[in-house]
Design a protein around this ligand. Structure first.
Ligand SMILES: CC1=C(/C=C/C(C)=C/C=C/C(C)=C/C=C/C=C(C)/C=C/C=O)C(C)(C)CCC1
Ligand SMILES: [Fe+2]
Length: 569
């Protein structure tokens, strides 16, 4: 059982009122509007502005340290890794100590989403993906940084807090009361969507109109948040009639549009839809019918090129039976159907027509990195190149991400291998596509996931990808890596015992070179501290650490919100 001894966690548990804490000596509040400028910095390690009802989180087994100025190289050190522990912050904001020099052009908010809360009272969740959505932000301005941390107020989270139990179907958790419902009742609740979670713990994106959305696999789990206060603004209502219960957790978002995939579980296939910036109405673009299996393959993400949408169909397929089960199966809501084949489909963005549908070698991927069009000397598009973090057609990673495994197998080399998988999808009517390894996986320690690129290269030929890799032995990706897809090499950052999350590339305004910018990753350090790491996008040298006064739980995906995000609306 975990123990609360720090203000950080104990205040959150007891609902203590806000009280001022120590300010980091070198940190100062930014003057930007998103730094909650008017408020004096109530910068305690855990300022619970809104007192919570009955605590739902078991305190960590070892204290998460109270603020410290010199606790190791990150803030709040002196304990043990916090990555896989619940750190509940209903509302925290404070100035952060900066070690190193932040570029003055870095002016905006780095925002990370993820499942940072895995306990309800004494009950501990099983899987990394089950945790309640947790936002952490660092706002940069004038070489200084302010941090904030907050839970997303989804219906699932509010109900769990009110009732002290899981009330909606999460990734591996199912409400216990459902056992009392008849099979037909459960089926109805599932297919009406009423029993599905809206716990938007996966992605976070800024739409072209400046609104910021948190996302997960359920459509109802699209939640708008305020990147300044981290307030939950409310459910993002799609005003169209496209329906569907689940979608790709990673839409493709640009300044002008939003592309999404909606799997059809009844008539196996995918609907491709787009939405204009400023609108809530998705428009049907086209449909892909699955070529194999009784259900569509899982589409956690998908890539686009300038003119095409690429729809992957992998043999890890949704399974209606598993969606209904009370206890998790080895592959959770999915099943592996090697015999059903693996396919890549290409749809023209303008017409919605399928221009290629090829069979490819088996693959397992959650995250596509990018895609682009290959052209011949006359400029005709001959093929689509699509890159992804590919798990060697092995689903074992899903099991490795059980919290028990993450907490118990540190130091053992149990992380399954992954690589940059490069698909070549010919557009000449050939029935087969290729899947190759883009660079020697040893370059990045045979791990590869949680990727980002320079957003200016989206859908275009590109050279660099940033991702989490590994320094073996390890049970989870423990490096950040910069992959050069032309030289087929990688540069790696690593600190023993630390868990970095998705490295996110922020381009320097006015940059010409693809890697001119910085890469930001949140690190949960071995000594229990937490910090945002800022590295140079080109050299991959560390520039600065921005230290939180307490340890941070692991998080998944992030986005960048420039300071003037609403200026052109
Ligand atoms: C799939 C259904 C559901 C929920 C699914 C959820 C919440 C999926 C989340 C998936 C994530 C976060 C995948 C991330 C992968 C990261 C990897 C492989 C990292 C590796 C190492 O770095 C329900 C909503 C429960 C029900 C409908 C179906
Ligand atoms: Fe993801």
């Amino acid at each position: 059982m975990m123990q609360a001894s720090s203000f950080c966690v104990s205040a959150a548990l007891s609902g203590a009122a806000a009280r001022p804490g120590r300010l980091a000596s070198r940190g100062q509040m930014s003057k930007s509007k998103r730094a909650v400028a008017a408020q004096p910095l109530a910068a305690s390690a855990a300022t619970e502005v809104v007192a919570p009802p009955a605590p739902i989180v078991a305190p960590p087994s070892r204290p998460v340290d109270a603020p410290r100025r010199r606790g190791g190289r990150g803030g709040g050190g002196g304990g043990e890794l916090v990555a896989w522990k619940s750190v509940r912050q209903e509302r925290w904001e404070g100035a952060l100590e900066v070690d190193g020099e932040l570029p003055l052009w870095l002016d905006g908010t780095y925002l990370r989403n993820g499942p940072g809360l895995w306990n309800l009272g004494d009950y501990g969740f099983r899987h990394l993906f089950d945790g309640y959505a947790t936002l952490v932000r660092v706002s940069f301005h004038g070489g200084r940084a302010v941090g904030a941390h907050r839970q997303i107020e989804s219906e699932a989270y509010k109900a769990a807090r009110a009732h002290g139990k899981v009330c909606y179907r999460e990734f591996s958790e199912v409400p216990k009361t459902e056992g009392f419902l008849s099979y037909v009742g459960q089926l109805a609740a599932l297919f009406s969507g009423s029993s599905l979670t809206d716990n938007s713990n996966t992605g976070v994106v800024m739409l072209g109109d400046g609104r910021v959305l948190c996302l997960t696999e359920t459509i109802k789990g699209s939640i708008e948040i305020d990147p300044d206060t981290l307030d939950t603004v409310g459910k993002f209502q799609y005003t169209d009639k496209l329906g569907g219960l689940i979608h790709s957790a990673h839409p493709i978002v640009t300044d002008t549009e939003f592309w999404t995939l909606i799997p059809d579980l009844i008539r196996p296939g995918y609907v491709v839809a787009r939405m204009d910036a400023g609108s809530n109405e998705r428009q049907f673009v086209g449909r892909v019918d699955c070529r194999g299996g009784l259900a569509p393959g899982w589409v956690h993400s998908f890539p686009v090129t300038e003119h095409y949408v690429v729809v992957p169909e992998m043999p890890l397929r949704y399974c209606a039976k598993n969606l209904l089960r009370a206890e998790p199966t080895p592959l959770y809501k999915f099943e592996w159907h090697l015999e059903s084949g693996s396919y890549m489909h290409v749809m023209c963005k303008a017409s919605g027509k399928i221009v290629a549908s090829v069979e490819v070698p088996p693959f397992v991927t959650f995250h596509f990195i990018n895609a682009y069009e290959e052209t011949d000397e006359e400029g005709r598009v001959t093929a689509i190149i699509a890159d992804c973090c590919e798990h060697n057609a092995n689903t074992a990673i899903l099991d490795k991400l059980r919290l028990h495994n993450l907490r118990s197998s540190a130091g053992q080399d149990v992380l399954p291998d992954a690589r940059v998988g490069r698909f070549r999808i010919p557009l000449d009517g050939s029935p087969f596509g290729e899947l190759e390894t883009a660079l020697d996986p040893e370059e990045h320690g045979r791990a590869m996931d949680m990727c980002s690129i320079n957003p200016a290269r989206l859908g275009k030929e590109y050279r660099y990808a940033y991702a989490c890799g590994a320094r073996r032995p390890c049970n989870f990706p423990n490096t950040i890596t910069k992959v050069d897809l032309v030289e087929r090499t990688a540069k790696n950052w690593h600190e023993e015992g630390s868990v970095p999350s998705e490295p996110f590339f922020v381009p320097r305004p006015g940059a010409v070179e693809e890697d001119d910018g910085v890469v930001i990753s949140m690190v949960s350090a071995k000594d229990g501290s937490g910090y945002a790491l800022v590295v140079d996008g080109e050299t991959f040298d560390e520039i600065a650490r921005v230290k939180f006064p307490y340890g941070l739980p692991y998080g998944l995906h992030c986005c960048w919100v420039p300071r003037n995000r609403n200026s052109n609306c």
